[in-house]
Design a protein around this ligand. Structure first.
Ligand code: HEM
Length: 229
């Protein structure tokens, strides 16, 4: 355990864990988006509700989810620790390195991260908590299943009928885009991937990712509010 606490309190150890957990969360965002895009299917929530049932009952997914929660917490705690250390030293933020381009996002990673954490807490309270720990959701039948499942689709539709929630989601996605704009390439840089040919590709892929993924997420509440309403 001593080596672990030493590793987690060392500057390089913290940065390494930040980049690895960050890359995991980048992959999670793609998987989560692919599942959520079923909300756009014109089938009264059938495919989304059976998907949500699968995601909350499959033992492998349940196990992976524990890792996901742990990584979110670790990423947030270590980010905060790095920010606090740099602030105490009155140095630059962890994200700003001599060989990294200083952008508004790179200087405000801790603020952006805190806002994303707030978004995740509100978001999970609304969907994940109600799905997993309450009986608030109605039960519906879906084709191909011999028992009713929780109607998470209607909960999503209910949330996205509120202009306040739609605004919060769109704002959340803008914040996420800024965080990823710096975070994506920073993760690779921390891992020491610095290559004449590949680094420009990683930087470009990071920019495309950080715009396209939050944009696709934001389309969902906007579609519910303006088109399905
Ligand atoms: C329009 C955008 C989004 C929609 C409609 C959406 C929808 C959902 C729903 C319905 C759940 C509950 C599913 C379940 O209990 O299995 C959920 C869980 C979750 N969402 Fe989202 N989500 C969105 C964006 C995001 C974003 C941008 C993040 C991260 C920054 C995020 C992080 C999470 C996490 C961590 C969980 C818990 C996952 C788990 O238990 O495995 N979501 N989301």
């Amino acid at each position: 355990m001593n080596w672990l606490s030493k590793f987690l309190t060392s500057s390089i150890g913290r940065k390494l864990i930040m980049s690895l957990t960050g890359l995991f969360l980048i992959i999670f965002l793609i998987v989560h988006l692919l599942g959520n895009l079923q909300l756009l299917a014109n089938d009264n929530g059938e495919s989304f509700n059976s998907y949500a049932y699968f995601m909350t009952t499959n033992p492998i997914i349940k196990f992976a989810s524990i890792g996901l929660y742990a990584f979110i917490i670790l990423h947030a705690l270590l980010g905060f620790a790095i920010w606090a250390k740099n602030k105490a030293a009155k140095g630059s933020s962890y994200a700003v390195r001599s060989n990294a381009k200083v952008t508004w996002a790179s200087k405000n990673m801790a603020l952006l991260g805190t806002l994303i954490l707030a978004f995740i807490l509100i978001h999970m309270g609304d969907f994940w908590f109600k799905m997993k720990f309450t009986d608030q959701l109605a039960m519906v039948t879906v084709s191909g299943m011999d028992h009713p499942v929780k109607d998470l689709y209607s909960q999503v539709a209910h949330t996205f009928a509120s202009p306040l929630m739609v605004g919060a989601y769109v704002l959340g996605m803008i914040v996420l885009a800024f965080h990823l704009w710096h975070g994506f390439q920073s993760a690779f840089q921390t891992l020491g991937i610095n290559h004449k040919k590949y680094t420009p590709i990683i930087v470009a892929a990071g920019k495309v990712y950080s715009v396209v993924i939050p944009l696709l997420y934001a389309i969902i509440p906007l579609y519910y509010f303006f088109v399905l309403k």
